[in-house]
Design a protein around this ligand. Structure first.
Ligand code: ZN
Ligand code: ZN
Length: 317
């Protein structure tokens, strides 16, 4: 339990540890992928790196890997980690909205659920919203912006009491800004693998938050940002650590710019891990993601997924 608790802290995206980043070589990336020939087709083909999976870039300045020392997690290390797995009882991802979601500045939650369903190939359900009273969840006025913030651990304690019996995990979502400890300015979210709870704020996804103007399609940008952070944090709950091998939605991120620059998809190593945890049909998953991306007019992501599907030989089961 102590190890699991520590793991949860490491994966919470809220720790600081300085160190130089040793960018993996091509061999290092292939070793981390493990023996993909253990997998049957068509997954084996979909796990083969190609130009659609650029190696991770050298981090600079305030980039996550320039500020945080991470050793990475190979597929074999993931397999040995004995992380949580869904089973016939705990099989549903629940989203619990906390507080108000004003339409103009919030992601559409049914679309967020649809994205999680396609991404994880697991049923994702939206729970009725919970409206906390003014003093609940250790609120404070941000010392750096003046906006209202609530304490992540305080909400996570509450979420543990809300886990339905068939929940794989429960994700609290809120439009209130978050802080993980008094010394921190803010945090986008925090999750605990062992306790199967996470809390994520979408307060900072509206360009207005940063003093920028809203573009015509800013609501699509809000949903894109929400989708990236939600799948990243939820994948932590399946035992995936940050990716240090390819450009990947599991790369650590120090802020909105880095999140915006990261791809929407999993690299082959992280896809192999998630497939091993959930056991989905990788082709069906890409087909459903393609439908979702097309519906959202995210044509670059749609084209990317179509290129993956085109790699699968016709007639492959
Ligand atoms: Zn993370
Ligand atoms: Zn990855």
């Amino acid at each position: 339990m102590k190890f699991l608790a520590l793991l949860a802290i490491i994966l919470s995206c809220t720790i600081h540890a300085l160190g130089a980043f040793d960018r993996p070589s091509e061999n290092g990336r292939l070793n981390a992928l493990g023996n993909r020939f253990e997998e049957t087709e068509p997954l084996r083909t979909l796990l083969t790196p190609n130009d659609d999976f650029p190696p991770i870039k050298t981090p600079h300045g305030s980039d996550w890997l320039a500020q945080h020392s991470e050793a990475g997690q190979s597929f074999d290390e993931f397999s040995d980690s004995k992380a949580n797995r869904p089973d016939s009882t705990r099989r549903i991802i629940y989203l619990l909205p906390i507080g108000n979601f004003e339409e103009e500045s919030s992601p559409p939650l049914p679309e967020v659920c649809a994205y999680a369903t396609a991404f994880f190939q697991m049923e994702t359900k939206l729970l009725p919203a919970y409206y906390p009273h003014e003093l609940e969840f250790t609120p404070r006025k941000s010392p750096h912006g003046g906006q209202r913030q609530v304490l992540t651990k305080s909400i996570m304690t509450f979420l543990k009491t809300q886990l339905p019996p068939d929940a794989y995990c429960i994700l609290g979502v809120t439009m209130t800004d978050l802080y993980p400890a008094p010394s921190w300015h803010f945090v986008f979210g925090e999750a605990s693998i062992s306790e199967r709870v996470g809390i994520f704020s979408f307060a900072r996804y509206d360009p207005l938050f940063w003093g920028d103007t809203r573009s015509e399609d800013y609501r699509s940008l809000i949903l894109q940002r929400t989708g990236k952070v939600l799948v990243h944090e939820t994948a932590h709950m399946f035992g995936l650590w940050h990716c240090i091998y390819f450009d990947c939605v599991m790369n650590g991120s120090n802020g909105m710019n880095e999140t915006d620059a990261s791809p929407q998809h999993l690299c082959p190593i992280c896809l192999r891990k998630l497939h091993s945890a959930i056991g989905f049909d990788a082709v069906k998953r890409y087909e459903e993601l393609a439908r979702f991306y097309h519906g959202q007019k995210w044509y670059d992501d749609y084209d990317w997924v179509q290129r993956q599907l085109a790699r699968v030989p016709q007639g492959t089961p």
